[in-house]
Design a protein around this ligand. Structure first.
Ligand code: NAD
Length: 491
């Protein structure tokens, strides 16, 4: 296997990070014999090559998870809880190294990467606490004839498929509740960012996660491999985070074997600012909601709706803040906006701006591709974006803030709901009654009311409409990996 290390990658000791498949506690090459290049989006250079799994590897991973299942499910909840807690502690101890790795393969700034490691680790802390509180209930049947005993049992082998934008957190948000519930799993991380998944897999073993409980495989043929796993009757759960388009395909695949599905899909978040909002707070919130992860987040503010009375002040101030952000390699201290994930993402962001401008929008800052090695697009603010612009209807997934004016509450609620997505919305107003009223009317699974950040392991994360099915985090997250068992008892 070839490892082409840059100076920075060498400082990270990239050679200590596993790049082979992890199946049944053993690291091994993929059966295709090929390696998949991993790029540094800050330079475009190849930094590593990971194993490429074939269908037989995927089914071996399912077999390993299936064999490890009964012992893990029978392990005392307290013991499982302690192992999860240890995963949390090790992640926090290794935060700097993990953050550097995330930044290297994903491109996000070190500040964002450190935030991600903490967020990702918190899922282990939260679900270590949930593991010992998986309570069922007991009641008397209305007829009086018997008792109704309800308990939650582990659903079985889970296939977990994750995207590249949060290489650590999207994986731990699934692995932690799966393990807390007593399930074993096969993780298929995104091809663009596999190193974090493998580094974490080594950490789980160090924390005491038994062989076969977490299996990890990379492939450049995600479709056929995931399909093979979903058609294996030992698999009982699919938890997917990624685009709505791929989510739809996987729901169809899962139908063949009626596999239980949790789906965290795309978003098109409105960010609504009423005239009476605290403008300072709205600008701060906008910077977080738009620029966390350089805009490459499902929760990223995609459509700014600003009431006419403050639109000029809001747009000017947002453009000044966005235009002042330091752009560069994510892993350089002080950089606030790293590169996008790949060349395709840069081209797509540029095309969205061209499209909006051709329909009458005005660029206030940014808007032009930055020509240098790596995949850079500048923080961009664009105003007078019409309802037919592509960036109104598609996920931007980049550092572009698209602003439109509105006049009335009804008008903005209608506009906000005019999308197939329904993941999150942000609302800024000093009038709490209006804030809550609008929050209830917006079709989204989550609302940031005077807050630009809502993600929290203790809260139910998820979308409505075509943004997803099910919830991650909170108590809901563990129930996604459980079957409800009802026992009718007479005594
Ligand atoms: P993607 O859908 O292209 O890929 C996600 C994962 O699915 C990757 O591991 C990929 O290899 C795999 N995949 C691709 N095609 C597949 C197929 N045919 N069968 C099985 N697996 C397949 O998404 P992405 O580009 O990696 O991530 C960006 C998307 O993820 C955005 O739409 C974003 O909104 C969404 N996302 C959602 C959430 C959420 O919690 N709702 C969180 C993060 C990202």
């Amino acid at each position: 296997m070839t490892l082409h290390t840059t100076g920075f990658a060498a400082a990270l000791d990239l050679s200590s990070i596993p790049t082979d498949l992890l199946i049944g506690g053993r690291w091994r090459e993929g059966s295709t014999g090929k390696r998949i290049d991993v790029l540094d989006p800050s330079t475009g250079a190849v930094i590593a090559g990971v194993a490429d799994a074939g269908e037989d590897d995927a089914l071996d991973a399912v077999a390993a998870a299936y064999e490890a299942g009964p012992a893990w499910a029978a392990t005392a909840p307290r013991k499982r809880s302690e192992i999860l807690r240890r995963c949390f502690e090790l992640m926090i101890e290794q935060r700097e190294q993990l953050a550097a790795l995330i930044s290297l393969e994903n491109g996000k700034s070190l500040t964002d990467a450190r935030g991600e490691v903490t967020y990702a680790a918190e899922f282990f802390r939260w679900f270590s606490e949930e593991a010992v509180r998986l309570n069922g209930d007991i009641s008397r049947a209305p007829s009086g004839a018997n008792r109704i005993v309800v308990q939650h049992q582990p659903i079985g082998v889970a296939v977990l498929v994750t995207p590249w934008n949060f290489p650590a957190a999207m994986a731990t948000r699934k692995i932690a509740p799966a393990l807390a519930a007593g399930c074993t799993c096969v993780l298929k991380p995104a091809t663009e960012t596999p190193l974090t998944a493998y580094a974490l897999a080594a950490l789980y073993a160090e924390a005491g996660v038994p062989d076969g409980v977490v299996n990890v495989l990379t492939t450049d043929r995600a479709g056929p491999l995931v399909s093979a796993m979903l058609h294996d009757r030992r698999v009982r759960k699919l938890s997917f985070t990624g685009s709505t388009e791929v989510g739809r395909k996987l729901l169809r695949e899962a139908a063949d074997t009626i596999v239980s599905c949790s789906m965290e899909l795309g978003g098109n978040a409105p960010f609504i600012v009423f005239d009476d909002a605290d403008l300072d707070a709205a600008i701060e919130g906008a910077m977080i909601a738009k620029m966390r992860n350089g805009g490459e987040a499902c929760t990223a503010a995609n459509r700014f709706y600003v009431q006419r009375g403050i639109i000029d002040a809001f747009s000017e101030r947002l453009a000044a803040r966005m235009g002042a952000l330091k752009v560069g390699p994510g892993y350089e201290e002080g950089v606030e906006c790293g590169p996008l994930i790949n060349r395709g993402a840069v081209d797509r962001n540029a095309a969205l701006v061209t499209d909006a401008v051709s329909r009458g929008a005005t660029v206030l800052t940014g808007g032009q591709v930055i020509e240098r090695d790596g995949f850079y697009f500048p923080p961009t603010v664009i105003s007078h974006v019409g309802p037919d612009a592509r960036m109104r209807n598609e996920e931007i997934f980049g550092p572009i803030a698209a602003i439109t004016a509105f006049d009335t509450e009804d008008e903005v609620v209608t506009a906000a709901n005019d999308t197939e997505y329904g993941l999150i919305a942000y609302v800024y107003t000093r009038d709490l009654a209006r804030g809550l009223r609008v929050s209830e009317r917006i079709e989204a699974g989550m609302i940031g009311l005077n807050r630009g950040l809502a993600s929290d392991p203790a809260a139910p994360f998820g979308g409505v409409k075509q943004s997803g099915l099910g919830r991650e985090g909170a108590h809901h997250g563990i129930l996604e990996f459980c079957e409800t068992k009802y026992i009718a008892v007479e005594w």
